[in-house]
Design a protein around this ligand. Structure first.
Ligand SMILES: *[C@@H]1O[C@H](CO)[C@@H](O)[C@H](O)[C@H]1NC(C)=O
Ligand SMILES: *[C@@H]1O[C@H](CO)[C@@H](O)[C@H](O)[C@H]1NC(C)=O
Ligand SMILES: CC(=O)N[C@H]1CO[C@H](CO)[C@@H](O)[C@@H]1O
Length: 355
């Protein structure tokens, strides 16, 4: 009987010891399993989109969780719609040449330190076409996880081009239009007056996007015409990335259309040319008649006959047969001639009296 009791207590003691060892093992278990777990990990990426200027380099963050050496794993970065032709494929401890998307050849790398669990994708010479969703997929033989990052590409567009036209429906106002092309992403457009206060414009901003994904924006507003108070149109992506154009809101020639102005100018030049031509013809004829009249009047005895003759010459039947302009010219010529004859006659008669 005496021997059985110590035996029982000894077994109880051993049970307690075992229990303590098991408890110790359970308590220390999490620390021992924190070694590389190729069959249980996740990838983590930022929630917010990553933004980059066109032409710059960008890093699309992606990390293993927990952090451990990613070198034995496969890392595949691909556009969400194109997993078979990835932007980058890391496998068998090196970056693979195939199969990869040729658009990314020579522009991608993993430079964040794979041994520390950083599998971020570095993308150089960013273009507008690079915009979109990228998937970071990391896999071992037993396990995989993936997550996606959105890349936004920024492009500063052109300086806004402003123009003024007569407003449809009149009302004495002008229609001012602002257009700016080549932006990414969608920029904001706003109008300001000379004082710098924003003009509320109920008209919608129109945006069109070209096949490359570049956006054009345009807007118009009605304003009272002014030659001193300019209007400004600002197109911006942010406070730092903006462009502005200004204009004086008036049409080029107030009240007169461009066409009417040109027609008037042409008519004016034409009439000047005709007047000049007429003048030179008259002057030429006049010189000719003066010469002939002085020669004719040399014969003093003919003087009286000349007066009668001059009066009878207008109009002569031959002149009447000539065409319109010619008749007028002949008439003018005759008139000039006649006045010369008369002057000459008076001169010579006076001469006679004196001598
Ligand atoms: C991971 O690598 C990228 C460069 O590719 C770097 O920008 C980023 O800061 C790195 N992340 C951490 C947590 O070190
Ligand atoms: C102002 O011009 C735009 C085009 O630039 C046109 O679409 C709009 O109808 C015009 N509005 C008025 C009132 O003339
Ligand atoms: C006409 C048009 O496409 N309008 C769009 C311009 O961009 C804004 C903001 O992205 C959209 O809300 C409009 O629908």
């Amino acid at each position: 009987m005496n021997s059985t009791i110590p035996l029982y207590s000894r077994t109880l003691h051993m049970y307690r010891l075992c229990l303590m060892v098991v408890m110790l093992a359970v308590l220390t278990a999490p620390t021992t399993t924190q070694k590389p777990a190729l069959d249980d990990f996740s990838v983590s990426v930022p929630d917010a989109p990553i933004t980059a200027w066109s032409g710059s380099s960008v890093s699309l963050p992606c990390e293993l969780s927990p952090l451990f050496n990613a070198e034995p794993l496969e890392v595949r970065w691909y556009r969400s719609e194109n997993s078979y032709s990835p932007a980058l494929l890391y496998k068998d401890h090196k970056i693979q040449e195939t199969p990869v998307d040729p658009r990314y050849r020579g522009r991608v790398s993993l430079t964040g330190g794979m041994e520390r669990g950083n599998v971020s994708l570095t993308l150089e010479r960013v273009t507008v076409e690079d915009r979109g969703e990228y998937v970071c997929r990391v896999s071992s033989e037993q396990w995989f996880d993936k997550a996606s990052v959105f890349l936004t590409v920024k492009v500063l567009g052109g300086i806004p081009v402003l123009s003024v036209a007569e407003a449809r429906g009149g009302g004495g106002q002008v229609n001012v239009t602002c257009l700016s092309e080549g932006w990414s992403p969608q920029p904001k457009l706003s109008w300001k007056n000379k004082e710098g206060t924003e003009i509320r414009n109920e008209q919608e901003v129109l945006n069109t996007s070209d096949p490359l994904g570049l956006v054009s924006v345009s807007s118009w507003l009605l304003n009272a015409p002014s030659y001193s108070d300019w209007l400004a149109c600002t197109v911006s992506l942010s406070e730092e990335a903006k462009r502005e154009g200004r204009i004086l809101p008036h049409t080029a020639v107030p009240g007169v259309s461009k066409e009417a102005f040109i027609v008037t100018l042409v008519l004016l030049i034409l009439s000047l040319v005709i007047i000049c031509a007429l003048c030179s013809v008259i002057l030429w004829k006049r010189r000719g008649s003066r010469w002939s009249s002085s020669r004719k009047s040399r014969n003093r005895s003919e003087t009286k006959n000349l007066i009668e003759g001059a009066e009878n010459t207008i109009p002569r039947p031959t002149d009447q047969r000539a065409a319109g302009k010619e008749v007028n010219l002949e008439e003018t010529k005759k008139r000039i001639e006649r006045s010369h004859y008369i002057l000459n006659m008076i001169y010579y008669n006076f001469d006679n009296v004196v001598t």
